[in-house]
Design a protein around this ligand. Structure first.
Ligand code: CU
Length: 119
């Protein structure tokens, strides 16, 4: 599993190095629950330099983005999102950041611990 992750990361790095797109479309999974989360997630994503478009879907939890790859990369967007308390697949929000989200936005089943069991 670790090896696979490494290979994926390497492939991603290679792709970015060899073809930086001005208007790269991508989708990433972001945890959240409601319209308030949507606003928070999109605001965080759009706050990253190089992000031109961000739309989070409440039902699918998919964040669709258009980014300028010369200015940013998906990991930067993810760091901005976890900072406002929303988990992504690779990066998880800190306890402190998660504690900041509105009570009705608590999307974690067990919000007492970061080291929750993975499905
Ligand atoms: Cu919410």
């Amino acid at each position: 599993m670790k090896k696979l992750m490494m290979a994926v990361i390497l492939m991603m790095t290679t792709a970015i190095t060899f073809g930086q797109e001005k208007n790269k479309k991508l989708t990433m999974e972001v945890d959240g629950k409601c319209e308030m989360c949507k606003t928070r997630i999109e605001k965080a994503a759009l706050g990253v330099k190089g992000v031109k478009y961000a739309l989070w879907d409440v039902a699918s939890h998919d964040l669709s983005l258009i980014i300028d790859e010369r200015k940013t990369d998906p990991m930067k967007v993810k760091s901005a999102i976890v900072k406002v308390g929303h988990d992504t697949k690779e990066l998880k929000a800190s306890k402190e950041a998660y504690a900041e989200v509105h009570p009705c936005c608590k999307y974690r089943e067990d919000d007492t611990d970061d080291s929750e069991k993975h499905h």
